[in-house]
Design a protein around this ligand. Sequence first.
Ligand SMILES: Nc1nc2c(c(=O)[nH]1)N[C@H]1C(S)=C(S)[C@@H](COP(=O)(O)O)O[C@H]1N2
Ligand SMILES: [Mo]
Length: 500
Amino acid sequence: MIDRKRAVLGGAVAAGVGLGISELIAGILGATQSLVVSMGEWVIEVSPDPVTKWAIEAFGVYDKLVLVISLIVVALAFGGVLGLVARRSIALAGVGFVAFAAAAVLAASRNPLSSQAVALLAGGGAATAGILSLAFLVRPSDTVSQDASRRAFLRAAGGLAAVAAVGGVAGRWLVDRVAVLTNRSDIILPAALEVVDTPQMAAPTLPGLSPLITPNDQFYKIDTALTVPMVDLTTWTMRVTGMVDRPFELTYDDLLELPMVERYVTLSCVSNRVGGDLVGHAKWLGVPLTDILTRARVQDGATQVVGRSVDGFTVGFPTDVAFDGRDAMVAVAMNGEPLPFDHGFPARLVVAGLYGYVSATKWLSEIELTTWESFDAYWIPRNWSKLGPVKTQSRIDRPRMGEVISSGPFTVAGVAWAPNTGISKVEVSADGGIWQECTLGEDLGANSWIQWWIDLDLDAGVHDLQVRATDGSGYTQTPDLAPPRPDGATGWHTVRVQVS
Ligand SMILES: Nc1nc2c(c(=O)[nH]1)N[C@H]1C(S)=C(S)[C@@H](COP(=O)(O)O)O[C@H]1N2
Ligand SMILES: [Mo]
């Protein structure tokens, strides 16, 4: 028979394996809550009021964490006791494990949000893993040497403890992820006070032409995040801080209660090359940035608005820009859907007319007012311009560079954008010839890109097609080629085609 110390340790490790496995099963099966947390909630419910009050006072915001840790400690201690029991009867110890797991399953099944089947599987798996581990650890040693048997026990116990820890952490991570996914899909978006028109014109059916509104799953994605932040709505807040008289903090529910507007805004990346695809056009729903800033009472001299993300990324733009009448908002939805995780769930900044790197903080956690001189946002020390107004641009979507087309009529088409002024004219030229004016598609507003097209009759051979746009201020795109760094590319998009 193994000694008492080993039995206690073995029992505790076996209980740990059970807990770890239950978390892992819950996570893999997509549970939104773990058995341990369900038990914790049950304990809170059955505890007399003075006890819960005392716990909240004593541990503050950590009360739940303390409870969960206490439960784990209790479970491990119970495992230790069962280890002692196992010296006499492994079957009796097994009953103990099953009883503990059954209590957890019962606790979980009282929660309407958790699935009974998942709880049962997690509990059953936990009991099985716990009993097997215990049987393995307290089995009579087959070596003669005391030392060798102790080393073997410690190796086995250590290995199993590691399994428990890894399983528990992985399961915990999965459970949190599932909860975040569920929370997002349960969101009911508020109605906008001001809605935008839905497109009226039938879009021309020209293969290759970008749609007037970019679907979320086709929208370009640029960020510095190694893994997309999965923000938990139950703990997320957005703070307004710095040089304001009335700093405040909003939960997600608070944010959704504020008056919302809908806006079409073209978002583009400063890294977009001429003709590149780091640009998209979506319908955003959000709270006007001016509402947020006015509520916080921006102080004189607060010349910069900084948008900070949960992952530490920052943008910065002049406070004047926020108040110059352009569309700028804390957006919560994109094309009628809560922001996708990739595009900044639960909230992001959208500022018409500024490149994303100075304005469009995804996974927004803080808006800080400061001075222009005292802070440089993420990309500024990396040799990108501190001011990032979007340049007027146009792009040929069809034909594609190098495409082979047959001679005769062909409809050349693409998009053009000039935030804050809109596009007044798009022209195309073949082989440096005269500029021919294109037909413009539906105009959804100054911050929307516009589709354009023109029928050309091309004869056999190699042709260079070029496009240039004139914006609402009368400015026509310069032919001068500039690279994206430091403040955005310029030049006419040129597409070489082979006509046969
Ligand atoms: N948190 C965070 N927000 C960010 C970025 C980032 O790296 N991290 N990149 C910015 C840049 S450079 C651009 S162009 C836009 C892109 O937004 P999208 O991925 O939704 O298209 O997000 C901006 N917001
Ligand atoms: Mo960007």
